[in-house]
Ligand binder design. Structure first.
Ligand code: AMP
Ligand code: MG
Length: 509
């Protein structure tokens, strides 16, 4: 009887390689594994190994993430690691598991979800290492436990792009692909992303135990998160010295900062369900995300999101809503509703402060904040929206225009030129005392030349389907350093082609 029929808990590494005559091999990465999440105990997860994926091949690799883990670069060339990260060989020191969580999806309580296609290998160098797309788990529900190549490449590139932009995010070590077919709207092939983060704990982990009234487990989880990631909550004197209220306030602050960065850079997440919200304020679970092409506050990047719940401009309010769901889950520990509400109150002021700070930097306003800055920014965004101006190109051109005091290339982006001229007069006045060289230098470090537009991802994905991996590598290189000029790649910083607006990305991936 094949081992898998013994049930998921009993799943062992049974790759075709091992099943034939090869001795059962364990891969040694040389990393020291300390699997702290595993120590929480079996209420929090199901221990199980990843499912074997036949004939894997490398699709993309990040040396920067290898460095974070302390993984020697040669390993990212080795067949042994390739097999291990495809789920075909166990890794010495890991204790693989699928964690359980619940959550609110599109505003509705969805009940138990969990790692339906992910497997946490363990923790090395203070970072959790997780395989996404690694096969069935007890939480797979109707799914097949797999991730498709297309979405895996998008997640890999976007994780590293967000990091390159200075935005808090989970990271991605690599993508391995296979010709194994998986059925979505059409037949596609499977892939596994190796993700890396200090923790993959989500709001939904807390909601899970609160909804079941498992208060001991809820407390264990909160105490673990505080001790590991928010130790100053233990001794904070704010919020009646309540550690759980302080935890909520700190998560609120980090989430507000993360979303402020999304809004400033023009990033649309697409599925801000509470199970896709990191307790560390990291951007997590890249699905139908999009960097805006034309500026449109109402833009909906998720084809499945018919009502536009997660439209670009709604993201800050949705983040705040999700924090209410977290507060509700933490309430049995906080034991004081007024205190929980007080902790949540920090969302708006933190978001507004950080957002304005980022927008002022994008405009190159170097000195102290003035009252007029808010209106200058808001009026500009109105013009960008009215004329559907390309967001990234606008900011990059504005940065160069400030440097050389030649605004025609920016003006050319607008249909309503008199309106732009009027705004530009106000802007010039605001910058009159500034050192233009200094302002432009600041702007060129916050207004990226390269963003992961959907069509760029799409072209790299098509190349990979033809087994050409060079475009993924080139795009990764650009996105790791998105503020540098890279003149040889300037064509990838231009306007999107007409077909870009036809790309439809949905939740099913
Ligand atoms: P997502 O919308 O990708 O955040 O997924 C929501 C939930 O569905 C999570 O519990 C996922 O683990 C699960 N899920 C998504 N896709 C699959 C799949 N192909 N197989 C099993 N579970 C999945
Ligand atoms: Mg998810």
């Amino acid at each position: 009887m094949p081992l898998q029929t013994l049930g998921l808990n009993a799943r062992r590494h049974n790759s075709p390689m091992n099943a034939v005559s090869e001795p059962f091999q364990i891969h040694h990465t040389g990393l020291a594994w300390h699997n702290q999440f595993h120590r929480l105990g079996s209420d929090f997860y199901t221990a199980l190994a990843p499912q074997a994926l036949p004939a894997p091949y490398w699709v993309g690799r990040s040396l920067a993430v290898a460095d974070l883990l302390g993984l020697p670069h040669e390993q990212l060339q080795s067949d042994a690691l390739l097999q291990a990260l495809a789920g075909n060989q166990p890794i010495s020191g890991t204790q693989p598991l699928a964690s359980v969580y619940s959550g609110h999806q599109f505003g509705q309580w969805a009940g138990q979800l969990g790692d339906g296609r992910a497997c946490l290998l363990g923790e090395a160098n203070g970072l959790e290492v997780q395989l996404k797309g690694s096969g069935l788990t007890p939480y797979s529900r109707m799914g097949d436990g797999r991730a498709v190549l297309r979405s895996s490449i998008r997640e890999f590139l976007c994780s590293e792009a967000m990091h390159g932009l200075g935005i808090a995010t989970t990271r991605a070590l690599c993508v391995v692909g296979s010709d194994e077919e998986v059925a979505r709207e059409s037949l596609e092939t499977a892939a596994v992303v190796t993700r890396v983060a200090p923790s993959f704990i989500r709001f939904g982990h807390f909601e899970h135990f609160a909804a079941r009234n498992q208060l001991a487990q809820l407390k264990t989880l909160a105490d673990y998160v505080i001790a590991r990631y928010y130790p100053d909550c233990q001794t904070a004197v704010t919020l009646n010295a309540n550690p759980y209220a302080n935890l909520l306030q700190q998560v609120t602050g980090r989430t507000a900062i993360m979303v402020a960065h999304w809004q400033a850079v023009g990033f649309c997440h697409g599925v801000m369900n509470t199970d896709n919200m990191s307790i560390l304020g990291l951007t997590i679970d890249y699905g139908p995300f999009q960097f805006l092409d034309a500026y449109d506050p109402g833009h909906i990047c998720n084809h499945t999101d018919r009502g536009g719940r997660y439209a670009f401009a709604r993201q800050p309010d949705i983040a705040h809503w999700n924090l209410y769901a977290l507060a509700q889950a933490l309430l049995p520990l906080i034991e004081d509703q007024a205190l929980a509400l007080q902790a949540l109150d920090s969302f708006k002021p933190v978001f507004e402060r950080v957002w304005l700070q980022l927008m002022r930097a994008k405009l190159g306003l170097p000195d102290a904040v003035r009252d007029e800055d808010q209106a200058l920014t808001a009026d500009l965004l109105k013009l960008l929206a009215q004329d559907r101006v390309d967001y990234a190109i606008f900011w990059r051109r504005l940065s160069h225009a400030v440097a050389n005091q030649h605004f025609a290339p920016v003006r050319d982006l607008f249909l309503d030129r008199p309106a732009f001229d009027a705004w530009q007069m106000r802007y010039a006045e605001r910058l009159v005392t500034a050192d233009h060289g200094q302002a432009a230098a600041l702007m060129l470090k916050i207004n990226p030349k390269y963003v992961l537009r959907n069509y760029l991802g799409e072209m790299a994905i098509e190349a990979v389907k033809a087994k050409d991996f060079s475009q993924v590598a080139n795009l990764l290189m650009l996105l790791e350093h998105p503020f540098d000029e890279h003149p040889a790649f300037a064509s990838q910083a231009g306007f999107p082609p007409d077909w870009a607006s036809q790309i439809e990305i949905s939740c099913s991936s």
